[in-house]
Design a binder for this molecule. Structure first.
Ligand code: ZN
Length: 120
């Protein structure tokens, strides 16, 4: 297992996820700011537009939660690299397979524990 490679992969995921979070957040802020300025031309006026704006807002909020969760995992994985426990399951201390780490660099649980966490 090439830790430096994993670290680089995690760092690039982190940059990516952080920029997604920032753009989602600024998108969500612009929704709440539309009330104040009457000059916005794209303020939805009919019910269909309002419904689709609401739908989009909800979708963005759930994407934001997902990205924030992923960011936490990435940060935890980077922490594990500096602790020297990267590749070791947080739950039962078993080794996480290299295949799994290459596919999901932020994995902090082995595949069995992940399945348990997800209630499968
Ligand atoms: Zn485990």
């Amino acid at each position: 297992m090439d830790i430096e490679k994993q670290k680089a992969a995690l760092t690039s995921v982190k940059v990516d996820v952080t920029s997604n979070i920032l753009s989602l957040k600024s998108g969500l802020e612009s929704y709440s700011n539309t009330d104040d300025s009457g000059s916005e031309s794209d303020v939805p006026t009919d019910n269909a537009d309002v419904a689709s704006a609401l739908f989009e807002r909800e979708r963005n909020e759930s994407m934001l939660l997902e990205f924030e969760g992923r960011l936490e995992e990435v940060e935890r994985a980077l922490e594990k690299i500096s602790e020297g426990t990267y590749g070791i399951c947080d739950r039962d201390g078993k080794k996480i397979t290299p295949e799994r780490l290459i596919a999901i660099p932020e994995a902090t649980l082995c595949i069995d524990c992940q399945a348990l966490e997800e209630g499968l």
